[in-house]
Design a protein around this ligand. Structure first.
Ligand code: HH2
Length: 282
């Protein structure tokens, strides 16, 4: 099986608004980016605004100030492709000018009216993620008749709109938006039928890492850091059901899990083996 690419999450959401605090946050974020690349990240996803439920919105200038210097610093020393996680066209524009090649938008380019036109003009890849509601209220009472059908249909028509705005087909990726306006049942149904989203013919991006649905399955996974097992289980499920990119926090562990999965199931016509190694192992 083809191994999905691993997108490592780098957040620059500083608590301190002093210059010193910002600098330290940026240095820490750069060190984190280096670590993720050393751990095997294929893409770095840079975010300057939290999309967690009830998170406070960040102004455009503040967000640009957070992400652009970091993207420039990464670009100076690493060849790794960079994605910008933002809903604001001005931030995407600044990030692409600084060296990002992908716009990851949790609003599927709906936040601003000109988002699709800006994406077309930038010529970058775009991740259209599904969300019901907005980040502040999305988890209040998510409701669907048939979540799989509705998410596929919403994303399919969103892709058409974005195509009409001039974004090239090969630049569009779709993401079911696990945890964005979805109950536990909605999340697991979407994962269970991820193949239906993949069948739309666009590469699928999947973000399950450390998400709250894992706690809904295993009540002991209270903190985000307690959810590695569930994150890996869901990532491997995604890998075998059509995900092309996995957005994760624990890059090293995810890459190892994928390597083992691929050694066991290398794809049609190939026999399971340990690439590059031989001999007795236990
Ligand atoms: N999830 C979060 C942010 N951006 N982008 C895509 N394409 N898909 C996702 O599932 C996705 C995303 C939110 O993840 P969270 O764990 O709340 O925060 P973060 O990962 O930014 O630390």
């Amino acid at each position: 099986m083809t191994r999905p690419r691993v997108m490592g999450v780098v957040n620059v959401t500083p608590d301190s608004f002093s210059d010193g605090g910002r600098f330290l946050d940026r240095e820490a974020a750069l060190a984190h980016a280096r670590r993720l690349v050393a751990d095997g990240a294929d893409i770095l996803d840079i975010g300057g605004e939290s999309t967690r439920p009830h998170a406070h919105p960040v102004g455009e200038t503040e967000e640009v100030d957070r992400v652009v210097p970091l993207i420039e610093a990464i670009r100076r020393e690493l060849p790794t492709p960079i994605s910008i996680d933002t809903m604001k066209p001005a931030v995407a524009r600044a990030a692409v000018a600084a060296g990002a090649g992908m716009w990851n938008d949790v609003t599927a380019l709906t936040h601003a009216q000109d988002s699709p036109a800006v994406a077309a003009e930038l010529g970058c890849e775009v991740v259209l993620m599904h969300m019901q509601g907005d980040p502040r209220t999305m988890q209040d009472d998510p409701h669907y008749e048939d979540v799989v059908r509705e998410v596929c249909s919403d994303l399919g028509s969103r892709a058409l709109t974005v195509l009409k705005a001039g974004v090239r087909r090969e630049n569009i990726l779709l993401d079911p938006g696990i945890g964005f306006g979805k109950s536990l049942e909605h999340n697991v149904q979407l994962l269970n039928r991820l193949d239906r989203l993949a069948a739309l013919g666009f590469p699928v991006v999947l973000g399950v890492s450390r998400k709250r649905f894992i706690r809904a399955v295993d009540a002991s996974a209270v903190e985000a850091g307690d959810r590695l097992g569930g994150s890996l289980a869901a990532a491997l499920w995604g890998a075998s059901h059509g995900a092309a990119i996995l957005r994760v926090h624990d890059v090293r562990e995810t890459v190892q899990a994928l390597k083992v999965w691929q050694a066991i199931d290398p794809g049609p016509g190939q026999s399971p083996s340990r690439p590059g190694q031989s001999g007795v192992a236990r």
